[in-house]
Design a protein around this ligand. Structure first.
Ligand code: S3P
Length: 341
């Protein structure tokens, strides 16, 4: 009954969304509600918005403001945020959830519903409208918790819808799997084990499954049969997990998402989380490690940086969610993943 109001995603704020990954996934245009989504109700553009828009435009995103507010308010905000050389669009009196102006926004940005995102703080106008047009919607928490009386009433209704939404999502997730991807040493296994316990899931490590099957260590597979052989084993294990795994937390080898076929399989397997890590942390953690054949070269640091740069985009493109792990404890990372489900 309430499904038409469900957002595709929920985020803490417009500023905490992982736009890099969304760009990697092919999105090119973002429609923003203004009031309580980007700034407090009625407020002018501030440094935070300007910085965000500058970053997004630098990445290649096109942006359109879509507000139910009147022309003077929207124009004032638009002029406050307009950045030299950046083409920013706006539509006032949008009558959300009516579909017409979502479509106009896409026309202005020259994007399609497949390449457009919507970010807003209200379910019955913002998200509902985006859903009607088929645009992926992000519901963010309102910036100012103190709102006008008619909105307070709407928020009560929203809470009811969100209650069912969360229940349904958790229910669905209980039938699926959590898949951890990321570079060697990012903590997939340790976070995975902790997370599995927290969710009541079983823990699986694709490297361990491969070693079990081969009856020897990964280092030996690389030495005796070569990397391609190992990659084929990875694809086999992954295909099998897609067929059989339920309620599992699956830690994957760092190179698993490199093959295009595996990217599709990983997303089919479950909710994919990319644990992103800096090369400095990896270097520190893998000092003296002899189990990873790809890092046994004399120029270990150069190789690590090269591989990480090469793979970053692939990880982002494959993941549903990115969690930066540097400086965080295992329980903190696990909680971040758990809360985003
Ligand atoms: C590899 C990562 C390793 C292991 C193999 C290859 C890679 O797993 O699968 O050595 O290509 O990044 P971890 O990420 O668990 O270290």
């Amino acid at each position: 009954m309430f499904r038409k109001f469900y957002p595709a995603e929920m985020a803490e704020s417009s500023y905490s969304i992982d736009y890099e990954s969304l760009y990697a996934q092919g999105y090119r245009g973002i429609i923003y509600d203004i009031d309580n989504t980007l700034v407090e109700h009625g407020a002018d553009a501030n440094e935070e918005v300007i910085e965000l828009f500058r970053r997004l435009c630098g990445m290649g995103f096109r942006i359109c403001l879509l507000s139910n507010n009147k022309a003077p308010r929207v124009r004032r905000f638009y002029h406050g945020v307009k950045i030299k050389g950046v083409k920013l669009h706006y539509i006032f009196d949008a009558h959300k959830p009516a579909k017409k102006n979502y479509r106009k926004a896409m026309l202005l940005m020259r994007t399609t519903k497949k390449t457009t995102l919507f970010v807003g703080d209200q379910l019955f106008t913002d998200v509902y409208g985006a859903n009607r047009v088929g645009i992926r919607s992000f519901l963010v928490k309102p910036i100012n918790k103190k709102e006008e009386i008619q909105i307070v009433f709407k928020r009560r209704l929203e809470r009811i819808v969100l209650h069912f939404y969360k229940k349904e999502r958790i229910g669905r997730l209980k039938q699926t799997n959590l898949v951890l991807i990321g570079f060697m040493g990012c903590g997939k296994s340790s976070v995975g084990q902790y997370l599995a316990q927290k969710c009541g899931f079983t823990f699986v490590d694709t490297d361990a499954l491969i070693e079990e099957r081969a009856g020897c260590k990964i280092r030996e597979i690389f030495q005796e049969k070569g990397e391609e052989y190992f990659r084929d084993m990875e694809t086999d294990v992954l295909s099998e997990l897609v067929r059989t795994a339920k309620r599992q937390v699956i830690a994957t080898g760092g190179g698993m998402p490199v093959r295009e076929k595996n990217q599709k399989l990983l997303r089919k397997l479950g909710f994919v989380v990319y644990l992103s890590v800096t090369p400095e942390t990896v270097l520190e953690r893998l000092q003296g490690d002899t189990t990873r054949p790809l890092l046994q070269k004399a120029s270990k640091e150069d190789e690590l940086r090269r591989l990480l740069t090469e793979r970053k985009f692939v990880y982002q493109m494959t993941a549903h969610k990115v969690v930066a792990v540097d400086g965080k404890t295992i329980p903190e990372i696990a909680a971040e993943i758990h809360d985003s489900i």
